[in-house]
Ligand binder design. Structure first.
Ligand SMILES: NC(=O)c1ccc[n+]([C@@H]2O[C@H](COP(=O)([O-])OP(=O)(O)OC[C@H]3O[C@@H](n4cnc5c(N)ncnc54)[C@H](O)[C@@H]3O)[C@@H](O)[C@H]2O)c1
Length: 248
């Protein structure tokens, strides 16, 4: 896989799995744009990558806000000459409210769905002109095995991400852009520990590979899906989950 000089935008890369993506992509020679709503977190990751000899740029970005997404994509392209890849990792997760459909405030629910479901659409639309100018590209959306676990609106937003992935695959294919999703199982980040640390330990007991996922597991899968080696794969949701979900 050859990623030298490629430009990748990673949303929500100020920590957790997104930081893992950013570091792994930079190590492969990509120029990495860290598109984060938490500016200081994004800057910390960019500074660390640059100090280690990689190339990273932190930009403030709210994936739920079209103007912010466009400004971020335009600034990324202005700095690096274009955009080849987009990884839609951002979500309200660490700070999400844990409530059921019967209780959640409707304004919060609509905001949550805008970020966690439609954020990937907003960012794709913002990056699209810059990817088309390069002749095409590839996108990875961040789903979750929670999509199939009846986990309230968090899971439903990930189900929407899966549906958006296949719908966008049809629209983007003729533009020479592939789009796939990764569905991580329980992955060792501060957000997981906050919301489901004990529950995850219980789940591990019934999983074929009984350990938590690591951000590097997701990064390895994303590298393949972005690469030319995956040039005939689009619209797919790839479980990276230690066998948590298996379909015959
Ligand atoms: N950790 C897990 O077990 C797990 C499992 C499956 C899927 N996921 C998914 O992986 C992704 C990363 O999860 P994580 O565990 O690193 O959680 P996290 O909460 O640390 O990461 C989310 C990042 O997105 C950023 N963000 C939030 N709202 C944003 C917005 N409007 N615009 C831009 N950035 C925004 C946050 O600041 C944060 O850095 C999420 O999409 C999550 O749903 C995580």
């Amino acid at each position: 896989m050859n990623f030298d000089g490629k430009v990748v935008v990673v949303t929500g890369a100020g920590g957790g799995i997104g930081e893992g993506y950013a570091r792994a992509f930079a190590a492969q020679g990509m120029r990495v744009v860290i598109a984060e709503i938490n500016e200081s977190a994004g800057q910390r990751v960019a500074d660390s990558i640059n100090a280690g000899g990689g190339t990273a740029l932190a930009l403030r970005c709210d994936v739920g806000d079209e103007a912010s997404a466009k400004a971020c994509a335009d600034a990324a392209a202005a700095r690096f000459g274009g955009i080849d890849y987009l990884v839609n990792n951002a979500a309200i997760f660490h700070d999400m409210r844990v409530e059921g459909y019967l209780d959640v405030d409707m304004a919060y629910l609509e905001h949550f769905m805008r970020i966690n479901a439609h954020g990937c659409v907003i960012m794709t639309r913002a990056c699209l002109p810059h990817m088309e100018k390069r002749g095409g590209g590839a996108i990875v959306n961040q789903s979750s095995t929670a999509a199939w676990m009846h986990m309230g609106f968090y899971g439903v937003a990930k189900l929407a991400v899966n549906g958006i992935t296949s719908s966008l695959a049809r629209e983007l294919g003729p533009r020479n852009i592939r789009i796939n999703a990764i569905a991580p199982g329980p992955t060792d980040t501060p957000a997981l520990q906050k919301h489901a640390g004990e529950y995850a330990q219980m789940m591990l007991k019934s999983m074929p590979i009984g350990r938590l996922g690591q951000p590097a597991d997701m990064a390895n899968a994303a590298l393949f899906l972005l690469s030319d080696e995956a040039s005939w794969i689009t619209g797919h949701v790839l479980n990276v989950d230690g066998g948590q979900f298996m379909r015959a």
